[in-house]
Write a protein that binds this ligand. Structure first.
Ligand SMILES: [Mn+2]
Length: 267
């Protein structure tokens, strides 16, 4: 059985329509929206709202971890924009752009793909663009082609304040639901989440030079269930893309926006 997996699509619709070629099952692990493109200050929702100069400066400050200054810059730029345009609902503006991005992404995503959301997603905006065969899973175990896949969506609360972050208790509760269901069914083959288990080697991003937030309850779930694979994305340039935890291979499937090709898993 051949599983094609993508994560961190971040607006990259172009190659998404081909990811199902030769696959028995297609899985998407979320982060479909492009908000801020650290490689290109002309792309993404933020650049559309604020223009490339403010975007480039925001990226510079965030990379330097000067978050307070970045927030000040954005607040200031926003009020200047309100004065100029009369538009004063920033959230509505972001949702309009997200709506357009989701229309494109779900059109390109294969009709039979299964998916979950990441931390850079707005599930309520995505809803109306999901095609009938595209199935969303969270806190659930499903059988695909005879193998059991468990899904946990979204991110955990972080200093980066991305839109789809859950408090630890809420995230842990959903991991626990997967654990219980898997135990009732007699085990799990693949544990799928947007974020990695909390292990330093696989949560450190060598370009951003920071630890992304991983989950301790995912570590516990893997130790308990020992699935063959744990797949995730979230860390765009990881120090290590894979890690062996007991019998489980933990695999970062990569940043689709730059990879442009799916990760292939043979089961
Ligand atoms: Mn991402």
């Amino acid at each position: 059985m051949r599983v094609h997996i993508v994560s961190d699509v971040h607006g990259r619709a172009a190659e998404l329509s081909d990811i199902g070629n030769g696959a028995d099952v297609v899985v998407c692990l979320g982060d479909l929206l492009l908000y801020l493109d650290y490689e290109d200050p002309t792309k993404g929702a933020f650049a559309e709202i604020f223009g490339p100069e403010v975007t480039a400066e925001n990226i510079r400050l965030r990379l330097a971890k000067r978050f307070d200054e970045a927030r000040e810059l954005v607040t200031d730029a926003w009020f200047k924009r309100v004065e100029r345009t009369g538009e004063d609902d920033r959230f509505a503006l972001i949702e309009q752009i997200a709506d357009r991005q989701y229309a494109e992404i779900f059109e390109a995503l294969p009709d039979d793909a299964v998916f979950t959301f990441g931390n850079v997603d707005l599930p309520h905006v995505a809803q109306k663009h999901i095609k009938p065969g595209q199935r969303f899973f969270d806190a659930e175990v499903v059988e695909l082609d005879g193998k059991r896949f468990g899904f946990v969506s979204g991110g955990l609360v972080s200093p980066y304040r991305t839109p789809n972050e859950a408090p630890v208790e809420d995230f842990d509760r959903r991991v626990q639901q997967v654990v219980r269901q898997a135990q009732e069914l007699g085990g799990l083959d693949v544990l799928c989440a947007h974020i990695p288990p909390s292990i330093p080697e696989i949560t450190f991003d060598v370009v951003a030079k920071r630890f992304e937030v991983g989950s301790k309850s995912l570590v516990a779930a893997i130790e308990e269930l020992q699935p063959t694979f744990n797949v995730f994305g979230h860390v765009h340039q990881p120090m290590y893309p894979r890690y062996q935890l007991g019998r489980t291979q933990c695999l970062n499937v990569g940043h689709f926006r730059s990879r442009r090709t799916p990760f292939v898993l043979d089961l």
